[in-house]
Write a protein of this length. Structure first.
Length: 86
């Protein structure tokens, strides 16, 4: 799989979020309160410069399109939707 241009193929990572009082929120509850989501980069497009495959990122969760490839759920986002590379 190879995205074209400035697109990135990612696999979302489900996270639990701990509140300041120590309460653990499920990924569904956390997604309602957070703007950014964590994902693993599967493949990068031909014009992507600063992001590499296998890195973890945070991206704007309202961006991109989800698709099924080989019975797996992946999301395609633009390079500009990435806010942090870990």
């Amino acid at each position: 799989m190879k995205p074209i241009g400035k697109y990135i193929l990612i696999k979302k990572i489900e996270e639990e979020v701990e509140t300041s009082s120590g309460l653990l929120l499920s990924s569904e509850e956390a997604s309602n309160s957070l703007r950014y989501a964590k994902a693993k980069v599967i493949a990068v497009g031909t014009d992507v410069a600063n992001i590499e495959a296998e890195k973890n990122i945070y991206f704007d969760k309202h961006s991109g399109y989800t698709m099924m490839i080989n019975s797996e759920s992946y999301t395609v986002i633009r390079e500009g939707d990435v806010v942090v590379v870990l």
